[in-house]
Design a protein around this ligand. Structure first.
Ligand code: EPZ
Length: 430
Protein backbone atom coordinates (compact mmCIF):
# COMPACT_ATOMS: atom_id res chain seq x y z
CA UNK A 1 0.00 0.00 0.00
CA UNK A 2 1.56 3.31 -1.06
CA UNK A 3 2.48 5.73 1.71
CA UNK A 4 4.08 9.14 2.00
CA UNK A 5 7.09 9.23 4.29
CA UNK A 6 8.28 12.63 5.48
CA UNK A 7 11.20 13.90 7.54
CA UNK A 8 9.89 17.17 8.89
CA UNK A 9 11.47 20.33 10.21
CA UNK A 10 12.67 21.77 6.89
CA UNK A 11 11.34 25.24 5.97
CA UNK A 12 9.92 25.07 2.42
CA UNK A 13 11.55 27.48 -0.02
CA UNK A 14 11.34 28.15 -3.75
CA UNK A 15 8.63 28.24 -6.40
CA UNK A 16 5.71 25.89 -7.15
CA UNK A 17 3.34 25.86 -10.15
CA UNK A 18 -0.37 25.29 -9.43
CA UNK A 19 -2.36 22.93 -11.66
CA UNK A 20 -5.85 23.39 -13.10
CA UNK A 21 -8.81 23.43 -10.70
CA UNK A 22 -10.14 19.90 -10.08
CA UNK A 23 -13.61 21.11 -9.06
CA UNK A 24 -13.94 23.31 -12.14
CA UNK A 25 -12.66 20.55 -14.43
CA UNK A 26 -15.18 18.00 -13.14
CA UNK A 27 -18.13 20.25 -14.04
CA UNK A 28 -16.57 21.34 -17.35
CA UNK A 29 -15.82 17.79 -18.51
CA UNK A 30 -19.43 16.80 -17.82
CA UNK A 31 -20.75 19.92 -19.59
CA UNK A 32 -18.58 19.13 -22.63
CA UNK A 33 -20.85 16.21 -23.56
CA UNK A 34 -23.71 18.67 -24.18
CA UNK A 35 -22.53 19.34 -27.74
CA UNK A 36 -22.07 16.91 -30.66
CA UNK A 37 -19.08 18.99 -31.78
CA UNK A 38 -15.51 18.36 -30.73
CA UNK A 39 -14.29 20.16 -27.61
CA UNK A 40 -10.69 20.83 -26.55
CA UNK A 41 -10.06 21.37 -22.83
CA UNK A 42 -6.64 22.48 -21.55
CA UNK A 43 -4.98 22.95 -18.13
CA UNK A 44 -6.67 19.80 -16.81
CA UNK A 45 -5.13 18.58 -13.56
CA UNK A 46 -3.73 15.05 -13.92
CA UNK A 47 -5.45 13.68 -10.80
CA UNK A 48 -7.43 10.54 -10.07
CA UNK A 49 -10.88 12.20 -9.91
CA UNK A 50 -10.43 13.64 -13.42
CA UNK A 51 -9.09 10.40 -14.87
CA UNK A 52 -11.97 8.38 -13.38
CA UNK A 53 -14.58 10.82 -14.72
CA UNK A 54 -13.03 10.55 -18.20
CA UNK A 55 -13.29 6.74 -17.93
CA UNK A 56 -16.95 7.06 -16.89
CA UNK A 57 -17.60 9.25 -19.95
CA UNK A 58 -15.85 6.83 -22.28
CA UNK A 59 -18.05 4.06 -20.82
CA UNK A 60 -21.18 5.80 -22.16
CA UNK A 61 -19.68 6.40 -25.60
CA UNK A 62 -17.78 9.69 -25.39
CA UNK A 63 -14.68 9.72 -27.64
CA UNK A 64 -11.84 10.88 -25.37
CA UNK A 65 -8.40 11.68 -26.78
CA UNK A 66 -5.87 12.61 -24.05
CA UNK A 67 -3.82 14.91 -26.29
CA UNK A 68 -1.36 15.63 -23.46
CA UNK A 69 -1.25 14.99 -19.71
CA UNK A 70 -3.14 18.27 -19.26
CA UNK A 71 -5.29 18.48 -22.40
CA UNK A 72 -8.16 16.38 -23.74
CA UNK A 73 -10.10 16.38 -27.03
CA UNK A 74 -13.65 15.04 -26.65
CA UNK A 75 -16.56 14.26 -28.94
CA UNK A 76 -19.96 13.13 -27.66
CA UNK A 77 -21.99 12.65 -30.84
CA UNK A 78 -21.98 8.87 -30.39
CA UNK A 79 -23.17 8.63 -26.80
CA UNK A 80 -25.23 5.47 -26.87
CA UNK A 81 -26.10 5.02 -23.26
CA UNK A 82 -27.27 7.52 -20.69
CA UNK A 83 -26.70 5.14 -17.81
CA UNK A 84 -23.47 5.53 -15.84
CA UNK A 85 -22.06 2.45 -14.13
CA UNK A 86 -22.02 2.30 -10.31
CA UNK A 87 -18.30 1.53 -10.18
CA UNK A 88 -17.57 5.07 -11.38
CA UNK A 89 -19.81 6.98 -8.99
CA UNK A 90 -18.44 4.85 -6.14
CA UNK A 91 -15.01 6.26 -6.98
CA UNK A 92 -16.09 9.81 -7.66
CA UNK A 93 -19.25 11.54 -6.45
CA UNK A 94 -18.98 14.27 -9.05
CA UNK A 95 -20.09 11.79 -11.72
CA UNK A 96 -23.47 13.17 -10.74
CA UNK A 97 -22.68 16.17 -12.94
CA UNK A 98 -23.48 13.80 -15.82
CA UNK A 99 -27.15 13.91 -14.77
CA UNK A 100 -27.47 17.63 -15.50
CA UNK A 101 -25.52 17.31 -18.75
CA UNK A 102 -27.35 14.20 -20.05
CA UNK A 103 -30.77 15.50 -18.96
CA UNK A 104 -30.10 18.82 -20.68
CA UNK A 105 -28.97 17.23 -23.93
CA UNK A 106 -30.95 13.95 -24.16
CA UNK A 107 -33.82 14.71 -21.75
CA UNK A 108 -32.93 11.54 -19.88
CA UNK A 109 -30.21 10.34 -17.50
CA UNK A 110 -29.61 7.34 -15.31
CA UNK A 111 -26.80 7.75 -12.77
CA UNK A 112 -26.18 5.83 -9.54
CA UNK A 113 -27.10 7.79 -6.43
CA UNK A 114 -23.79 8.94 -4.88
CA UNK A 115 -23.16 7.62 -1.39
CA UNK A 116 -22.02 9.77 1.49
CA UNK A 117 -18.33 10.28 1.92
CA UNK A 118 -15.85 10.83 4.68
CA UNK A 119 -16.85 14.41 5.44
CA UNK A 120 -20.61 14.09 5.70
CA UNK A 121 -23.86 12.70 4.31
CA UNK A 122 -23.71 14.78 1.09
CA UNK A 123 -27.42 14.78 0.06
CA UNK A 124 -28.43 15.80 -3.49
CA UNK A 125 -32.02 16.83 -2.78
CA UNK A 126 -31.39 20.34 -4.17
CA UNK A 127 -30.11 18.93 -7.47
CA UNK A 128 -33.33 16.89 -7.75
CA UNK A 129 -35.48 19.88 -6.76
CA UNK A 130 -33.92 21.86 -9.62
CA UNK A 131 -34.35 19.13 -12.23
CA UNK A 132 -38.02 18.72 -11.24
CA UNK A 133 -38.56 22.49 -11.43
CA UNK A 134 -37.26 22.36 -15.03
CA UNK A 135 -39.91 19.75 -15.87
CA UNK A 136 -38.06 16.50 -15.33
CA UNK A 137 -39.55 13.42 -13.71
CA UNK A 138 -36.97 12.17 -11.21
CA UNK A 139 -37.20 8.81 -9.49
CA UNK A 140 -34.76 6.80 -7.39
CA UNK A 141 -34.83 3.10 -8.18
CA UNK A 142 -32.33 0.33 -7.38
CA UNK A 143 -29.80 2.89 -6.22
CA UNK A 144 -30.07 4.90 -9.44
CA UNK A 145 -31.39 8.40 -10.05
CA UNK A 146 -33.51 8.27 -13.19
CA UNK A 147 -34.37 11.64 -14.68
CA UNK A 148 -36.54 12.01 -17.80
CA UNK A 149 -38.41 14.88 -19.45
CA UNK A 150 -40.63 15.35 -22.51
CA UNK A 151 -39.00 18.72 -22.69
CA UNK A 152 -37.30 21.04 -20.20
CA UNK A 153 -38.71 24.52 -19.54
CA UNK A 154 -37.32 27.54 -17.69
CA UNK A 155 -38.17 28.00 -14.02
CA UNK A 156 -37.50 30.17 -10.98
CA UNK A 157 -35.54 28.02 -8.53
CA UNK A 158 -34.53 28.92 -5.00
CA UNK A 159 -31.75 26.82 -3.42
CA UNK A 160 -32.48 26.35 0.28
CA UNK A 161 -28.76 25.79 0.98
CA UNK A 162 -25.87 27.31 -0.97
CA UNK A 163 -24.68 24.31 -2.97
CA UNK A 164 -21.83 24.23 -5.52
CA UNK A 165 -22.97 20.94 -7.02
CA UNK A 166 -26.64 21.84 -7.26
CA UNK A 167 -25.81 25.24 -8.80
CA UNK A 168 -23.61 23.66 -11.48
CA UNK A 169 -25.92 20.70 -12.20
CA UNK A 170 -29.06 22.86 -12.56
CA UNK A 171 -27.19 25.46 -14.62
CA UNK A 172 -26.17 22.75 -17.11
CA UNK A 173 -29.67 21.31 -17.53
CA UNK A 174 -31.23 24.81 -17.80
CA UNK A 175 -28.78 25.80 -20.57
CA UNK A 176 -30.76 23.65 -23.05
CA UNK A 177 -34.21 24.13 -21.49
CA UNK A 178 -36.84 26.18 -23.36
CA UNK A 179 -37.17 29.67 -21.90
CA UNK A 180 -35.77 31.57 -18.98
CA UNK A 181 -34.42 30.15 -15.70
CA UNK A 182 -33.47 32.06 -12.57
CA UNK A 183 -31.53 30.25 -9.86
CA UNK A 184 -31.46 32.08 -6.50
CA UNK A 185 -29.11 31.62 -3.54
CA UNK A 186 -26.47 30.18 -5.88
CA UNK A 187 -22.94 29.17 -4.98
CA UNK A 188 -20.43 31.81 -6.07
CA UNK A 189 -17.21 29.73 -6.10
CA UNK A 190 -14.69 30.41 -8.89
CA UNK A 191 -15.34 26.93 -10.27
CA UNK A 192 -19.05 27.75 -10.66
CA UNK A 193 -18.02 30.79 -12.72
CA UNK A 194 -15.59 28.68 -14.75
CA UNK A 195 -18.32 26.17 -15.69
CA UNK A 196 -20.65 29.04 -16.66
CA UNK A 197 -17.93 30.63 -18.80
CA UNK A 198 -17.26 27.26 -20.43
CA UNK A 199 -20.96 26.76 -21.25
CA UNK A 200 -21.16 30.30 -22.64
CA UNK A 201 -18.10 29.57 -24.82
CA UNK A 202 -20.22 26.75 -26.33
CA UNK A 203 -23.10 29.17 -27.04
CA UNK A 204 -25.08 29.03 -23.79
CA UNK A 205 -26.66 32.21 -22.42
CA UNK A 206 -25.79 32.39 -18.72
CA UNK A 207 -25.54 35.63 -16.77
CA UNK A 208 -24.71 36.34 -13.14
CA UNK A 209 -22.37 33.43 -12.32
CA UNK A 210 -20.29 34.50 -9.35
CA UNK A 211 -23.27 36.25 -7.78
CA UNK A 212 -26.07 34.59 -5.82
CA UNK A 213 -28.53 34.92 -8.74
CA UNK A 214 -27.83 33.20 -12.07
CA UNK A 215 -30.07 33.89 -15.08
CA UNK A 216 -30.13 31.42 -17.97
CA UNK A 217 -31.90 31.76 -21.31
CA UNK A 218 -32.10 28.28 -22.83
CA UNK A 219 -30.68 27.74 -26.33
CA UNK A 220 -31.37 25.10 -28.98
CA UNK A 221 -27.90 23.55 -29.02
CA UNK A 222 -24.29 24.05 -28.02
CA UNK A 223 -21.22 24.08 -30.27
CA UNK A 224 -17.50 23.38 -30.33
CA UNK A 225 -15.11 25.28 -28.09
CA UNK A 226 -11.54 25.35 -26.84
CA UNK A 227 -11.21 26.17 -23.17
CA UNK A 228 -8.54 26.37 -20.45
CA UNK A 229 -9.42 25.57 -16.83
CA UNK A 230 -8.72 28.15 -14.09
CA UNK A 231 -5.94 27.44 -11.55
CA UNK A 232 -6.91 25.44 -8.46
CA UNK A 233 -7.32 27.86 -5.57
CA UNK A 234 -7.48 25.02 -3.05
CA UNK A 235 -4.20 23.50 -4.22
CA UNK A 236 -2.71 27.01 -4.09
CA UNK A 237 -3.99 27.57 -0.55
CA UNK A 238 -2.62 24.19 0.53
CA UNK A 239 0.90 25.22 -0.54
CA UNK A 240 0.46 28.63 1.10
CA UNK A 241 -0.25 26.95 4.44
CA UNK A 242 2.62 24.49 3.90
CA UNK A 243 4.91 27.55 3.66
CA UNK A 244 3.35 29.04 6.80
CA UNK A 245 3.51 25.86 8.90
CA UNK A 246 7.17 25.17 8.01
CA UNK A 247 8.24 28.82 8.47
CA UNK A 248 9.22 28.88 4.83
CA UNK A 249 9.36 31.30 1.91
CA UNK A 250 7.38 30.06 -1.10
CA UNK A 251 6.31 31.67 -4.36
CA UNK A 252 3.04 30.01 -5.46
CA UNK A 253 2.75 30.54 -9.22
CA UNK A 254 -0.11 30.27 -11.74
CA UNK A 255 -2.84 31.49 -9.38
CA UNK A 256 -5.61 34.09 -9.48
CA UNK A 257 -4.96 36.12 -6.27
CA UNK A 258 -8.59 37.28 -6.10
CA UNK A 259 -9.67 33.65 -5.62
CA UNK A 260 -7.35 33.42 -2.61
CA UNK A 261 -8.55 36.50 -0.70
CA UNK A 262 -10.03 34.65 2.32
CA UNK A 263 -6.91 32.45 2.60
CA UNK A 264 -4.55 35.41 2.26
CA UNK A 265 -6.51 37.35 4.89
CA UNK A 266 -6.11 34.51 7.40
CA UNK A 267 -2.39 34.12 6.68
CA UNK A 268 -1.91 37.84 7.36
CA UNK A 269 -3.93 37.49 10.57
CA UNK A 270 -1.56 34.79 11.86
CA UNK A 271 1.46 37.02 11.10
CA UNK A 272 2.64 35.61 7.78
CA UNK A 273 3.83 37.99 5.08
CA UNK A 274 1.88 37.63 1.83
CA UNK A 275 2.90 39.45 -1.34
CA UNK A 276 0.55 39.40 -4.36
CA UNK A 277 1.60 39.51 -8.01
CA UNK A 278 -0.50 39.32 -11.19
CA UNK A 279 -0.59 35.50 -11.21
CA UNK A 280 1.41 34.52 -8.13
CA UNK A 281 1.50 34.97 -4.37
CA UNK A 282 4.55 34.77 -2.10
CA UNK A 283 4.13 33.53 1.49
CA UNK A 284 6.88 34.12 4.06
CA UNK A 285 6.64 32.96 7.68
CA UNK A 286 9.73 34.14 9.51
CA UNK A 287 8.42 34.20 13.09
CA UNK A 288 6.16 32.12 15.34
CA UNK A 289 2.61 32.26 14.06
CA UNK A 290 -0.27 33.78 16.02
CA UNK A 291 -3.63 32.21 16.78
CA UNK A 292 -6.87 33.31 15.14
CA UNK A 293 -10.49 32.18 14.73
CA UNK A 294 -11.98 30.80 11.51
CA UNK A 295 -15.48 29.90 10.36
CA UNK A 296 -15.91 28.10 7.03
CA UNK A 297 -18.52 29.64 4.75
CA UNK A 298 -19.58 29.52 1.08
CA UNK A 299 -17.37 31.62 -1.21
CA UNK A 300 -16.20 34.34 -0.80
CA UNK A 301 -16.03 33.24 2.84
CA UNK A 302 -13.25 31.04 4.16
CA UNK A 303 -13.42 27.74 2.18
CA UNK A 304 -14.33 24.50 3.94
CA UNK A 305 -11.77 22.81 1.66
CA UNK A 306 -9.08 24.86 3.39
CA UNK A 307 -10.26 24.10 6.95
CA UNK A 308 -7.88 21.19 7.69
CA UNK A 309 -4.90 23.09 6.27
CA UNK A 310 -5.34 26.13 8.55
CA UNK A 311 -6.16 23.94 11.56
CA UNK A 312 -2.87 22.01 11.40
CA UNK A 313 -1.04 25.32 11.00
CA UNK A 314 -2.82 26.79 14.05
CA UNK A 315 -1.76 23.71 16.05
CA UNK A 316 1.72 25.32 16.08
CA UNK A 317 0.61 28.93 16.60
CA UNK A 318 1.03 30.89 19.80
CA UNK A 319 -2.28 30.92 21.70
CA UNK A 320 -5.69 29.31 21.29
CA UNK A 321 -7.68 29.29 18.04
CA UNK A 322 -11.29 28.34 17.37
CA UNK A 323 -12.19 26.72 14.04
CA UNK A 324 -15.88 26.34 13.17
CA UNK A 325 -16.91 24.06 10.28
CA UNK A 326 -20.30 25.30 9.11
CA UNK A 327 -20.59 23.41 5.79
CA UNK A 328 -20.02 19.68 6.51
CA UNK A 329 -20.93 17.75 9.63
CA UNK A 330 -17.94 15.44 9.84
CA UNK A 331 -14.85 17.30 8.72
CA UNK A 332 -12.74 17.09 11.90
CA UNK A 333 -11.98 13.35 11.74
CA UNK A 334 -8.29 14.09 11.14
CA UNK A 335 -7.99 15.77 14.56
CA UNK A 336 -7.47 12.37 16.24
CA UNK A 337 -4.48 11.81 13.93
CA UNK A 338 -3.15 15.31 14.62
CA UNK A 339 -3.42 14.67 18.38
CA UNK A 340 -1.16 11.65 17.90
CA UNK A 341 1.45 14.09 16.56
CA UNK A 342 1.25 16.11 19.76
CA UNK A 343 -1.39 18.71 18.90
CA UNK A 344 -3.57 20.02 21.73
CA UNK A 345 -7.06 20.01 20.20
CA UNK A 346 -10.58 19.55 21.51
CA UNK A 347 -13.49 19.01 19.11
CA UNK A 348 -16.97 19.92 20.31
CA UNK A 349 -19.61 19.39 17.63
CA UNK A 350 -18.69 21.50 14.60
CA UNK A 351 -16.06 23.47 16.52
CA UNK A 352 -12.40 22.69 17.20
CA UNK A 353 -10.54 24.47 20.00
CA UNK A 354 -6.83 24.40 19.15
CA UNK A 355 -4.22 25.35 21.75
CA UNK A 356 -0.91 25.94 19.98
CA UNK A 357 2.09 23.81 20.97
CA UNK A 358 5.79 24.50 20.36
CA UNK A 359 6.39 21.41 18.27
CA UNK A 360 4.64 18.48 16.66
CA UNK A 361 6.36 15.09 16.49
CA UNK A 362 6.29 12.70 13.59
CA UNK A 363 3.99 9.67 13.77
CA UNK A 364 2.29 7.09 11.57
CA UNK A 365 -1.11 8.56 10.57
CA UNK A 366 -3.84 7.83 8.04
CA UNK A 367 -5.49 10.24 5.59
CA UNK A 368 -9.27 10.21 6.26
CA UNK A 369 -10.16 12.25 3.14
CA UNK A 370 -8.65 14.41 0.43
CA UNK A 371 -8.08 17.75 2.16
CA UNK A 372 -7.41 16.30 5.63
CA UNK A 373 -4.81 14.05 4.01
CA UNK A 374 -3.07 17.06 2.48
CA UNK A 375 -3.23 18.80 5.87
CA UNK A 376 -1.57 15.83 7.59
CA UNK A 377 1.24 16.11 5.04
CA UNK A 378 1.62 19.76 6.10
CA UNK A 379 1.71 18.63 9.74
CA UNK A 380 4.40 16.06 8.88
CA UNK A 381 6.47 18.69 7.05
CA UNK A 382 6.34 20.90 10.15
CA UNK A 383 6.85 18.12 12.72
CA UNK A 384 10.13 16.93 14.18
CA UNK A 385 11.15 13.49 12.97
CA UNK A 386 9.51 11.01 10.63
CA UNK A 387 5.81 10.97 9.66
CA UNK A 388 4.32 8.15 7.61
CA UNK A 389 0.93 8.69 5.97
CA UNK A 390 -1.32 5.79 4.92
CA UNK A 391 -4.29 5.90 2.50
CA UNK A 392 -2.68 8.49 0.27
CA UNK A 393 -5.00 7.55 -2.60
CA UNK A 394 -7.37 10.13 -1.11
CA UNK A 395 -4.71 12.82 -1.57
CA UNK A 396 -3.92 11.67 -5.10
CA UNK A 397 -7.60 12.28 -6.01
CA UNK A 398 -7.05 16.02 -5.97
CA UNK A 399 -3.33 16.87 -5.89
CA UNK A 400 -1.19 16.38 -9.00
CA UNK A 401 2.41 15.31 -8.31
CA UNK A 402 2.02 16.39 -4.69
CA UNK A 403 5.24 14.84 -3.36
CA UNK A 404 7.24 15.96 -6.42
CA UNK A 405 6.05 19.55 -6.01
CA UNK A 406 6.90 19.50 -2.29
CA UNK A 407 10.37 18.02 -2.98
CA UNK A 408 10.98 20.89 -5.42
CA UNK A 409 10.48 23.18 -2.40
CA UNK A 410 13.10 21.30 -0.38
CA UNK A 411 10.79 18.92 1.48
CA UNK A 412 12.11 15.50 2.46
CA UNK A 413 9.07 13.48 1.29
CA UNK A 414 8.79 10.31 -0.76
CA UNK A 415 6.09 7.96 -1.92
CA UNK A 416 7.06 4.47 -0.71
CA UNK A 417 5.59 1.06 -1.37
CA UNK A 418 7.40 -1.09 1.18
CA UNK A 419 9.08 -1.10 4.55
CA UNK A 420 12.39 -1.52 2.71
CA UNK A 421 11.87 1.70 0.75
CA UNK A 422 10.86 3.44 3.98
CA UNK A 423 14.04 2.22 5.69
CA UNK A 424 16.16 3.49 2.79
CA UNK A 425 14.47 6.90 3.17
CA UNK A 426 15.20 6.95 6.90
CA UNK A 427 18.86 6.05 6.33
CA UNK A 428 19.28 8.59 3.53
CA UNK A 429 17.68 11.47 5.43
CA UNK A 430 18.69 10.45 8.95
C1 EPZ B 1 -18.26 20.80 -3.72
O1 EPZ B 1 -18.94 19.70 -3.17
C2 EPZ B 1 -16.80 20.39 -3.77
N1 EPZ B 1 -16.66 19.21 -4.62
C3 EPZ B 1 -16.30 20.09 -2.36
O2 EPZ B 1 -14.90 19.86 -2.47
C4 EPZ B 1 -16.50 21.32 -1.49
O3 EPZ B 1 -16.13 21.00 -0.17
C5 EPZ B 1 -17.96 21.76 -1.53
O4 EPZ B 1 -18.38 21.97 -2.89
C6 EPZ B 1 -18.21 23.05 -0.77
O5 EPZ B 1 -17.41 24.06 -1.34
C7 EPZ B 1 -16.65 19.39 -5.95
O6 EPZ B 1 -16.76 20.50 -6.45
C8 EPZ B 1 -16.47 18.15 -6.78
P1 EPZ B 1 -22.16 21.55 -1.77
P2 EPZ B 1 -20.56 19.70 -3.22
O7 EPZ B 1 -23.28 20.99 -2.58
O8 EPZ B 1 -21.01 20.36 -4.46
C9 EPZ B 1 -25.52 20.61 1.41
C10 EPZ B 1 -12.92 18.69 -2.35
O9 EPZ B 1 -12.21 18.61 -1.34
N2 EPZ B 1 -26.32 20.10 0.28
O10 EPZ B 1 -21.70 22.94 -2.02
O11 EPZ B 1 -21.03 18.31 -2.96
C11 EPZ B 1 -24.32 19.73 1.73
O12 EPZ B 1 -24.69 18.67 2.58
C12 EPZ B 1 -14.41 18.55 -2.20
O13 EPZ B 1 -12.51 18.97 -3.49
C13 EPZ B 1 -27.65 19.74 0.49
O14 EPZ B 1 -28.16 19.81 1.62
O15 EPZ B 1 -20.88 20.58 -1.96
C14 EPZ B 1 -23.38 20.70 2.40
O16 EPZ B 1 -23.72 20.83 3.76
C15 EPZ B 1 -14.80 18.03 -0.83
N3 EPZ B 1 -28.38 19.29 -0.55
C16 EPZ B 1 -23.69 22.04 1.70
O17 EPZ B 1 -24.93 21.86 1.04
C17 EPZ B 1 -27.87 19.19 -1.82
O18 EPZ B 1 -28.61 18.80 -2.75
C18 EPZ B 1 -22.65 22.43 0.65
O19 EPZ B 1 -22.47 21.32 -0.23
C19 EPZ B 1 -26.52 19.55 -2.02
C20 EPZ B 1 -25.77 20.00 -0.96
Amino acid sequence: MEQYIIRGGIPLAGEVEISGAKNAALGILAAAIMTDDTVLIDNLPDVRDINVLLEAMESIGVHVDRVTRHAVMMNSKDIGDVSVDYEYIKKIRASYYLIGALLGKYKKAEVPLPGGCNIGSRPIDLHIKGFKALGAKVTIRNGFIIATAEHLHGSHIYLDTVSVGATINIMMAASLAEGYTIIENCAREPHVVDVANFLNSMGANIRGAGTDVIRIRGVESLHRTEYSIIPDQIEAGTFMFAAAATKGDVMVKNVIPKHLEATTAKLLEIDCEVEEFDNAVRVVASKRLSSTNVKTLPYPGYPTDMQPQISVTLALARGTSIVTESIFENRFKYMDELTRMGADVRVEGNTAIISGVDTLTGARVSAPDLRAGAALVIAGLAAEGITTIDDIMYIQRGYESFDEKLRSLGAEIEKVNSEKEAMKFRLRTG
